[in-house]
Design a binder for this molecule. Structure first.
Ligand SMILES: Cc1cc2nc3c(=O)[nH]c(=O)nc-3n(C[C@H](O)[C@H](O)[C@H](O)COP(=O)(O)O)c2cc1C
Length: 229
């Protein structure tokens, strides 16, 4: 496999507004389907990704705390919207706004997961980059990965609390181009995010129910493993 010794080149790759990057995984995050847009952006052939764990495109700048939130949310049977930077097999990076959902069988049991990703706006990427860089720096400050995750998880909660937002609300604010700055929002009453007509709801990928009808992603105190089973 050409993946193992890949390092980030700093080259950024983008994709068109109308394109959607799609993958599906089993319960452990092993890829079972990848569309052509994913293969093109990630510079892989289909047979190189099917059956491989999704972390083959993990970028070292991605905080472990965000993947913990992703997996915790999915395992609770809920969908999540998240900003993610991925690394292609040639070391290039591409930012996505991912909508990841559990897939269920006829009996309602979770049988895998599905991710649809759109191209984020530049200002949103800049804001997320800043937050993620601080989380990654915190993770790297610790000798053990578990301690690093614990610390960055707390930092994520603190940063969101300072904005008076859940991660989900933070994401939606950014898609609307309205990131609230960290403030004395700890004491402020929760403000419902205004009607969301931004890119998340344009096109066929995201939830037909729309973000306003979904339960907010709760960031909880205890730290469990950020890794998939
Ligand atoms: C449906 C689905 C899609 C995923 N998409 C990505 C992705 O695009 N990029 C990524 O780095 N991780 C993605 N993940 C998360 C990975 O499974 C993994 O948790 C992450 O890359 C961190 O890997 P690590 O635990 O080895 O650090 C996805 C997981 C699921 C279930």
């Amino acid at each position: 496999m050409r993946r193992t010794d890949v390092r980030p080149t700093g080259v950024e790759r983008t994709f068109a507004d109308h394109e959607i990057i799609v993958t599906k995984t089993d319960m452990k995050g092993v890829i079972t389907y990848a569309n052509d847009v994913f293969l093109r952006l990630s510079v892989f052939d289909e047979d190189e990704v099917i059956g491989r764990p999704h972390n083959i495109i993990r970028h070292p700048d991605m905080p472990r705390a965000v993947f913990k939130l992703l997996w915790d949310t999915l395992r609770e049977g809920r969908e999540i919207f998240a900003y993610v930077v991925n690394m292609a097999s040639d070391g290039a990076e591409y930012w996505v706004l991912a909508h990841v959902t559990p897939s269920r069988d006829a009996a309602g049991r979770i049988v895998g997961y599905h991710s649809s990703r759109r191209r984020p706006d530049r200002p949103a990427i800049a804001a997320v980059k800043d937050l993620y860089a601080r989380l990654r720096a915190e993770e790297r400050r610790h000798h053990s990965a578990a301690e690093g995750l614990d610390a960055s998880w707390r930092m994520l909660q603190d940063e969101l609390a300072a904005r008076g937002r859940t991660y989900e609300e933070f994401v939606f604010d950014l898609t609307l181009g309205a990131e609230p700055p960290p403030s004395a929002a700890h004491n402020a009453p929760h403000q419902a995010t205004p009607a969301r007509t931004g890119r998340l709801n344009s096109g066929p990928a995201p939830s037909p129910a729309g973000p306003r009808n979904r339960k907010p992603v709760k960031v909880v105190k205890n730290v469990t493993s950020g890794r998939h089973a």
